[in-house]
Design a protein around this ligand. Structure first.
Ligand SMILES: [Zn+2]
Length: 390
Protein backbone atom coordinates (compact mmCIF):
# COMPACT_ATOMS: atom_id res chain seq x y z
CA UNK A 1 0.00 0.00 0.00
CA UNK A 2 1.34 3.39 -0.95
CA UNK A 3 1.63 5.87 1.91
CA UNK A 4 -0.62 8.82 1.07
CA UNK A 5 1.28 11.98 1.94
CA UNK A 6 -1.71 14.15 0.97
CA UNK A 7 -3.82 12.42 3.60
CA UNK A 8 -2.81 14.59 6.54
CA UNK A 9 -0.99 17.36 4.66
CA UNK A 10 -2.75 18.81 1.63
CA UNK A 11 -0.04 21.47 1.33
CA UNK A 12 2.79 18.99 0.74
CA UNK A 13 3.91 19.66 -2.82
CA UNK A 14 7.26 17.84 -3.08
CA UNK A 15 8.53 14.49 -1.79
CA UNK A 16 11.16 11.80 -2.22
CA UNK A 17 10.00 8.24 -2.87
CA UNK A 18 11.32 4.84 -3.85
CA UNK A 19 10.03 3.24 -7.05
CA UNK A 20 8.47 -0.10 -6.07
CA UNK A 21 7.38 -1.25 -9.51
CA UNK A 22 7.21 -0.05 -13.10
CA UNK A 23 5.08 -1.92 -15.63
CA UNK A 24 4.35 -1.28 -19.29
CA UNK A 25 0.75 -0.18 -19.75
CA UNK A 26 -1.34 0.61 -22.81
CA UNK A 27 -0.53 4.32 -22.84
CA UNK A 28 2.79 4.49 -20.97
CA UNK A 29 4.24 3.08 -17.76
CA UNK A 30 2.46 2.37 -14.48
CA UNK A 31 4.69 3.26 -11.56
CA UNK A 32 4.06 2.50 -7.89
CA UNK A 33 5.95 4.22 -5.05
CA UNK A 34 6.41 3.60 -1.34
CA UNK A 35 4.80 7.01 -0.73
CA UNK A 36 3.24 9.77 -2.82
CA UNK A 37 1.78 13.27 -2.61
CA UNK A 38 -0.21 12.69 -5.81
CA UNK A 39 -3.95 12.48 -5.21
CA UNK A 40 -5.42 9.78 -7.48
CA UNK A 41 -8.63 10.49 -9.39
CA UNK A 42 -11.67 9.75 -7.26
CA UNK A 43 -14.94 11.04 -5.85
CA UNK A 44 -15.49 13.55 -8.67
CA UNK A 45 -12.01 15.05 -8.45
CA UNK A 46 -9.31 14.58 -11.09
CA UNK A 47 -5.80 13.32 -10.34
CA UNK A 48 -3.08 15.82 -9.43
CA UNK A 49 -0.85 16.92 -12.30
CA UNK A 50 2.90 17.15 -11.69
CA UNK A 51 6.23 15.40 -12.31
CA UNK A 52 8.00 12.31 -11.03
CA UNK A 53 11.78 12.11 -11.53
CA UNK A 54 11.37 15.06 -13.89
CA UNK A 55 8.86 13.14 -16.05
CA UNK A 56 5.33 14.47 -16.51
CA UNK A 57 2.69 12.43 -14.68
CA UNK A 58 -0.15 11.75 -17.14
CA UNK A 59 -2.64 10.25 -14.71
CA UNK A 60 -2.89 8.81 -11.19
CA UNK A 61 -5.34 6.04 -10.27
CA UNK A 62 -5.96 4.04 -7.11
CA UNK A 63 -6.78 0.31 -7.20
CA UNK A 64 -7.20 -1.70 -3.98
CA UNK A 65 -5.25 0.88 -2.01
CA UNK A 66 -2.33 0.85 -4.47
CA UNK A 67 -1.64 4.15 -6.26
CA UNK A 68 -0.52 3.96 -9.90
CA UNK A 69 1.24 6.88 -11.57
CA UNK A 70 1.03 6.79 -15.37
CA UNK A 71 4.23 8.09 -17.02
CA UNK A 72 5.21 8.40 -20.70
CA UNK A 73 8.59 6.72 -19.97
CA UNK A 74 9.79 4.16 -17.39
CA UNK A 75 11.50 4.67 -14.02
CA UNK A 76 13.76 1.87 -12.71
CA UNK A 77 12.44 -0.03 -9.66
CA UNK A 78 14.48 0.68 -6.53
CA UNK A 79 15.39 4.17 -7.65
CA UNK A 80 14.75 7.15 -5.37
CA UNK A 81 12.82 9.81 -7.26
CA UNK A 82 11.79 13.37 -6.56
CA UNK A 83 8.10 14.06 -6.96
CA UNK A 84 6.47 17.46 -7.39
CA UNK A 85 2.77 18.09 -7.76
CA UNK A 86 1.39 21.17 -9.51
CA UNK A 87 0.67 22.97 -6.25
CA UNK A 88 -1.29 25.79 -7.89
CA UNK A 89 -3.84 23.30 -9.24
CA UNK A 90 -3.87 21.38 -5.95
CA UNK A 91 -4.55 24.54 -3.94
CA UNK A 92 -7.42 25.64 -6.23
CA UNK A 93 -8.96 22.19 -5.87
CA UNK A 94 -8.55 22.19 -2.09
CA UNK A 95 -10.20 25.61 -1.87
CA UNK A 96 -13.12 24.37 -3.96
CA UNK A 97 -13.43 21.00 -2.24
CA UNK A 98 -13.24 22.34 1.33
CA UNK A 99 -15.72 25.06 0.36
CA UNK A 100 -18.08 22.41 -1.03
CA UNK A 101 -17.94 20.52 2.29
CA UNK A 102 -19.05 23.64 4.18
CA UNK A 103 -21.94 24.26 1.75
CA UNK A 104 -23.05 20.60 1.74
CA UNK A 105 -22.76 20.44 5.53
CA UNK A 106 -24.95 23.54 5.90
CA UNK A 107 -27.55 22.27 3.43
CA UNK A 108 -27.62 18.94 5.27
CA UNK A 109 -28.03 20.58 8.69
CA UNK A 110 -30.53 23.27 7.63
CA UNK A 111 -32.68 21.34 5.13
CA UNK A 112 -31.78 17.67 5.54
CA UNK A 113 -30.71 17.17 1.94
CA UNK A 114 -27.87 14.87 0.88
CA UNK A 115 -25.09 15.56 -1.58
CA UNK A 116 -25.87 12.91 -4.23
CA UNK A 117 -23.40 13.98 -6.94
CA UNK A 118 -20.13 15.89 -7.02
CA UNK A 119 -18.01 16.96 -9.96
CA UNK A 120 -15.06 19.32 -9.98
CA UNK A 121 -14.94 20.55 -13.58
CA UNK A 122 -12.61 23.03 -15.23
CA UNK A 123 -15.32 25.74 -15.11
CA UNK A 124 -16.78 25.24 -11.65
CA UNK A 125 -17.76 22.74 -8.99
CA UNK A 126 -21.13 21.08 -9.54
CA UNK A 127 -23.05 19.44 -6.70
CA UNK A 128 -26.41 17.66 -6.82
CA UNK A 129 -28.65 17.76 -3.74
CA UNK A 130 -31.54 15.45 -2.98
CA UNK A 131 -34.09 18.25 -2.49
CA UNK A 132 -35.19 21.50 -4.09
CA UNK A 133 -33.61 24.68 -2.75
CA UNK A 134 -35.07 28.16 -3.21
CA UNK A 135 -33.05 31.26 -4.07
CA UNK A 136 -33.58 32.57 -0.54
CA UNK A 137 -32.39 29.31 1.03
CA UNK A 138 -29.27 29.33 -1.14
CA UNK A 139 -28.56 32.98 -0.30
CA UNK A 140 -28.72 32.05 3.40
CA UNK A 141 -26.39 29.07 2.85
CA UNK A 142 -23.91 31.28 0.97
CA UNK A 143 -23.84 33.86 3.77
CA UNK A 144 -23.33 31.21 6.47
CA UNK A 145 -20.69 29.40 4.38
CA UNK A 146 -18.66 32.60 4.05
CA UNK A 147 -19.05 33.17 7.77
CA UNK A 148 -17.39 29.77 8.26
CA UNK A 149 -14.49 31.06 6.14
CA UNK A 150 -14.16 34.25 8.20
CA UNK A 151 -14.14 32.21 11.41
CA UNK A 152 -11.05 30.40 10.08
CA UNK A 153 -12.08 27.04 11.56
CA UNK A 154 -9.62 24.17 11.64
CA UNK A 155 -10.26 21.33 9.18
CA UNK A 156 -9.45 18.10 11.00
CA UNK A 157 -8.59 14.78 9.35
CA UNK A 158 -8.84 11.48 11.24
CA UNK A 159 -9.37 7.75 10.83
CA UNK A 160 -11.59 6.81 13.78
CA UNK A 161 -11.66 3.27 15.15
CA UNK A 162 -14.81 1.34 14.00
CA UNK A 163 -16.53 1.64 17.41
CA UNK A 164 -15.81 5.40 17.56
CA UNK A 165 -16.99 5.80 13.95
CA UNK A 166 -20.44 4.44 14.89
CA UNK A 167 -20.96 7.38 17.23
CA UNK A 168 -19.98 10.06 14.69
CA UNK A 169 -22.88 11.68 12.79
CA UNK A 170 -21.01 12.07 9.50
CA UNK A 171 -22.29 12.57 5.95
CA UNK A 172 -21.58 10.23 3.03
CA UNK A 173 -22.09 7.08 5.04
CA UNK A 174 -20.13 4.28 3.43
CA UNK A 175 -20.52 0.54 3.93
CA UNK A 176 -16.88 0.44 4.97
CA UNK A 177 -16.15 0.29 8.68
CA UNK A 178 -12.34 0.34 8.50
CA UNK A 179 -10.13 3.12 7.22
CA UNK A 180 -12.93 5.63 6.92
CA UNK A 181 -11.35 9.05 6.65
CA UNK A 182 -13.39 11.68 8.43
CA UNK A 183 -13.04 15.37 7.56
CA UNK A 184 -14.41 17.63 10.28
CA UNK A 185 -15.06 21.35 10.03
CA UNK A 186 -16.11 22.12 13.59
CA UNK A 187 -19.63 23.53 13.77
CA UNK A 188 -20.29 23.08 10.06
CA UNK A 189 -19.63 19.61 8.71
CA UNK A 190 -18.46 16.07 9.36
CA UNK A 191 -18.00 14.03 6.21
CA UNK A 192 -16.26 10.87 4.97
CA UNK A 193 -13.89 11.97 2.20
CA UNK A 194 -10.55 10.87 0.72
CA UNK A 195 -9.46 14.15 -0.91
CA UNK A 196 -6.87 16.71 0.25
CA UNK A 197 -8.24 19.71 2.10
CA UNK A 198 -6.92 23.07 3.28
CA UNK A 199 -6.01 23.08 6.96
CA UNK A 200 -8.17 26.09 7.96
CA UNK A 201 -11.33 27.48 6.39
CA UNK A 202 -9.73 30.93 6.01
CA UNK A 203 -7.65 29.51 3.16
CA UNK A 204 -10.83 29.03 1.12
CA UNK A 205 -11.00 32.81 0.72
CA UNK A 206 -14.54 33.13 -0.55
CA UNK A 207 -17.45 30.82 -1.40
CA UNK A 208 -19.69 31.92 -4.26
CA UNK A 209 -22.81 30.00 -5.20
CA UNK A 210 -23.63 30.35 -8.91
CA UNK A 211 -26.71 29.18 -10.76
CA UNK A 212 -28.91 26.45 -9.33
CA UNK A 213 -31.36 24.45 -11.42
CA UNK A 214 -33.98 21.83 -10.62
CA UNK A 215 -32.49 18.45 -11.36
CA UNK A 216 -34.02 14.98 -10.93
CA UNK A 217 -36.33 16.12 -8.15
CA UNK A 218 -33.51 17.95 -6.40
CA UNK A 219 -31.10 20.79 -7.09
CA UNK A 220 -28.00 20.99 -9.25
CA UNK A 221 -25.83 23.76 -7.87
CA UNK A 222 -22.69 25.30 -9.37
CA UNK A 223 -20.21 27.07 -7.11
CA UNK A 224 -16.73 28.52 -7.04
CA UNK A 225 -14.32 29.08 -4.19
CA UNK A 226 -11.12 30.99 -3.50
CA UNK A 227 -8.92 31.92 -6.40
CA UNK A 228 -11.40 30.56 -8.96
CA UNK A 229 -14.18 32.70 -7.49
CA UNK A 230 -11.89 35.77 -7.67
CA UNK A 231 -11.00 34.98 -11.29
CA UNK A 232 -14.70 34.63 -12.08
CA UNK A 233 -15.43 37.97 -10.35
CA UNK A 234 -12.63 39.63 -12.34
CA UNK A 235 -13.96 38.26 -15.62
CA UNK A 236 -17.53 39.30 -14.85
CA UNK A 237 -16.36 42.73 -13.72
CA UNK A 238 -14.34 43.15 -16.93
CA UNK A 239 -17.34 42.21 -19.09
CA UNK A 240 -19.82 44.35 -17.13
CA UNK A 241 -17.45 47.33 -17.24
CA UNK A 242 -17.20 47.02 -21.03
CA UNK A 243 -20.98 46.77 -21.37
CA UNK A 244 -21.68 49.72 -19.07
CA UNK A 245 -19.03 51.87 -20.79
CA UNK A 246 -20.56 51.02 -24.16
CA UNK A 247 -24.04 51.89 -22.90
CA UNK A 248 -22.78 54.99 -21.02
CA UNK A 249 -24.52 53.66 -17.93
CA UNK A 250 -23.43 52.93 -14.39
CA UNK A 251 -22.64 49.24 -13.86
CA UNK A 252 -25.59 48.91 -11.50
CA UNK A 253 -27.87 50.38 -14.20
CA UNK A 254 -26.52 48.40 -17.17
CA UNK A 255 -29.50 46.04 -17.26
CA UNK A 256 -32.02 48.91 -17.43
CA UNK A 257 -29.89 50.45 -20.20
CA UNK A 258 -30.08 47.17 -22.17
CA UNK A 259 -33.88 47.19 -21.77
CA UNK A 260 -34.02 50.74 -23.17
CA UNK A 261 -31.80 49.66 -26.06
CA UNK A 262 -34.15 46.76 -26.80
CA UNK A 263 -37.10 49.15 -26.86
CA UNK A 264 -35.26 51.43 -29.29
CA UNK A 265 -34.40 48.51 -31.56
CA UNK A 266 -38.03 47.36 -31.55
CA UNK A 267 -39.20 50.88 -32.48
CA UNK A 268 -36.62 51.09 -35.28
CA UNK A 269 -37.59 47.67 -36.60
CA UNK A 270 -41.16 48.86 -36.68
CA UNK A 271 -40.40 52.01 -38.68
CA UNK A 272 -38.08 50.02 -40.96
CA UNK A 273 -40.95 47.66 -41.67
CA UNK A 274 -43.17 50.54 -42.82
CA UNK A 275 -40.34 52.13 -44.81
CA UNK A 276 -39.70 48.87 -46.65
CA UNK A 277 -43.39 48.47 -47.26
CA UNK A 278 -43.65 51.89 -48.93
CA UNK A 279 -40.44 51.17 -50.87
CA UNK A 280 -42.00 48.01 -52.31
CA UNK A 281 -45.16 49.95 -53.17
CA UNK A 282 -43.04 52.59 -54.94
CA UNK A 283 -41.16 49.91 -56.87
CA UNK A 284 -44.42 48.29 -57.94
CA UNK A 285 -45.85 51.67 -59.04
CA UNK A 286 -42.70 52.32 -61.10
CA UNK A 287 -42.88 48.98 -62.97
CA UNK A 288 -43.47 49.42 -66.68
CA UNK A 289 -45.53 47.05 -68.78
CA UNK A 290 -43.25 45.00 -71.02
CA UNK A 291 -43.63 42.14 -73.44
CA UNK A 292 -40.29 40.71 -72.27
CA UNK A 293 -38.96 39.84 -68.82
CA UNK A 294 -38.25 41.93 -65.74
CA UNK A 295 -35.04 41.35 -63.82
CA UNK A 296 -34.71 43.07 -60.43
CA UNK A 297 -31.66 42.98 -58.14
CA UNK A 298 -32.68 43.84 -54.60
CA UNK A 299 -30.58 44.13 -51.45
CA UNK A 300 -31.81 42.89 -48.09
CA UNK A 301 -35.41 42.11 -48.97
CA UNK A 302 -37.25 39.40 -47.03
CA UNK A 303 -38.59 36.44 -48.97
CA UNK A 304 -42.16 37.75 -48.64
CA UNK A 305 -41.27 41.07 -50.28
CA UNK A 306 -39.32 39.31 -53.04
CA UNK A 307 -42.35 37.09 -53.71
CA UNK A 308 -44.66 40.11 -53.78
CA UNK A 309 -42.43 41.95 -56.28
CA UNK A 310 -42.14 38.85 -58.50
CA UNK A 311 -45.94 38.39 -58.52
CA UNK A 312 -46.62 42.05 -59.30
CA UNK A 313 -43.96 42.00 -62.04
CA UNK A 314 -45.45 38.84 -63.60
CA UNK A 315 -48.73 40.72 -64.07
CA UNK A 316 -46.93 43.47 -65.98
CA UNK A 317 -44.69 41.43 -68.28
CA UNK A 318 -45.07 38.89 -71.03
CA UNK A 319 -42.03 36.92 -69.91
CA UNK A 320 -40.65 36.20 -66.44
CA UNK A 321 -40.27 38.56 -63.49
CA UNK A 322 -37.26 37.46 -61.49
CA UNK A 323 -36.18 39.12 -58.21
CA UNK A 324 -32.65 38.39 -57.03
CA UNK A 325 -30.68 39.09 -53.89
CA UNK A 326 -26.98 38.43 -53.35
CA UNK A 327 -23.62 39.15 -54.99
CA UNK A 328 -21.41 37.91 -57.81
CA UNK A 329 -19.07 36.37 -55.24
CA UNK A 330 -21.62 34.57 -53.07
CA UNK A 331 -24.23 33.92 -55.75
CA UNK A 332 -27.86 35.04 -55.83
CA UNK A 333 -31.03 33.69 -54.33
CA UNK A 334 -34.07 34.30 -56.50
CA UNK A 335 -37.82 34.13 -56.79
CA UNK A 336 -39.33 34.13 -60.26
CA UNK A 337 -42.98 34.36 -61.34
CA UNK A 338 -44.69 34.25 -64.73
CA UNK A 339 -48.15 34.18 -66.26
CA UNK A 340 -47.02 32.95 -69.67
CA UNK A 341 -43.77 30.97 -69.35
CA UNK A 342 -43.99 27.49 -67.73
CA UNK A 343 -41.43 27.93 -64.96
CA UNK A 344 -40.67 24.30 -64.17
CA UNK A 345 -39.30 24.00 -67.68
CA UNK A 346 -37.57 27.36 -67.23
CA UNK A 347 -35.88 26.06 -64.04
CA UNK A 348 -34.13 23.38 -66.12
CA UNK A 349 -32.95 26.04 -68.61
CA UNK A 350 -31.68 28.20 -65.74
CA UNK A 351 -29.75 25.24 -64.37
CA UNK A 352 -28.01 24.78 -67.69
CA UNK A 353 -27.41 28.45 -68.53
CA UNK A 354 -26.67 30.02 -65.11
CA UNK A 355 -25.84 27.10 -62.78
CA UNK A 356 -29.24 27.61 -61.20
CA UNK A 357 -30.76 25.38 -58.54
CA UNK A 358 -34.36 25.48 -57.50
CA UNK A 359 -37.91 24.51 -58.18
CA UNK A 360 -41.54 25.21 -57.55
CA UNK A 361 -44.66 25.42 -59.67
CA UNK A 362 -45.14 26.55 -63.26
CA UNK A 363 -46.29 29.93 -61.87
CA UNK A 364 -43.50 30.49 -59.35
CA UNK A 365 -40.04 29.06 -58.69
CA UNK A 366 -37.32 29.90 -56.21
CA UNK A 367 -33.72 28.88 -55.70
CA UNK A 368 -30.14 30.00 -56.19
CA UNK A 369 -28.05 31.08 -59.18
CA UNK A 370 -24.26 30.94 -59.31
CA UNK A 371 -23.56 33.46 -62.06
CA UNK A 372 -22.60 37.12 -62.30
CA UNK A 373 -25.16 39.93 -62.43
CA UNK A 374 -24.01 40.69 -65.95
CA UNK A 375 -24.67 37.12 -67.10
CA UNK A 376 -28.06 37.06 -65.41
CA UNK A 377 -29.08 40.39 -66.97
CA UNK A 378 -27.86 39.22 -70.37
CA UNK A 379 -29.86 35.99 -70.05
CA UNK A 380 -33.13 37.68 -69.14
CA UNK A 381 -32.55 40.57 -71.60
CA UNK A 382 -32.15 38.22 -74.55
CA UNK A 383 -34.83 37.97 -77.31
CA UNK A 384 -38.18 37.95 -75.56
CA UNK A 385 -36.58 38.94 -72.23
CA UNK A 386 -36.38 42.67 -71.62
CA UNK A 387 -34.47 43.84 -68.54
CA UNK A 388 -35.74 46.50 -66.20
CA UNK A 389 -32.97 47.87 -64.00
CA UNK A 390 -33.75 48.37 -60.32
ZN1 LIG B 1 -15.04 15.53 -0.01
Amino acid sequence: MTKKLYDFDGHRSTFEATVLSCEKAEKGWRVTLDQTAFFPEGGGQKADPGTLGGIEVLDVQIENGEIFHLLPSPLPAGKTVHGAIDYETRFHRMQNHSGEHIVSGLIHTLFGYENVGFHMGSECVTVDYSGELSEEQLARVEMLANRAVWENREIRIEYPAPEALETIPYRSKLDLKDDVRIVTIEGYDICACCAPHVSHTGEIGVIKLLEAIRYKGGTRLNMLCGFDALADYNEKYRVLRKISNRLSAKQSEAFEAVLRLEEEIAAQKNSLYFLKKSLIEAKIAAMKETAGSICLFEESLETDSMRRLANEGAQRCGGICIVLSGSDQKGYSFIAASRNVPLREEARKLAAALSGKGGGSDEMIQGRISASRKEIEAYFGRSAHATEKS
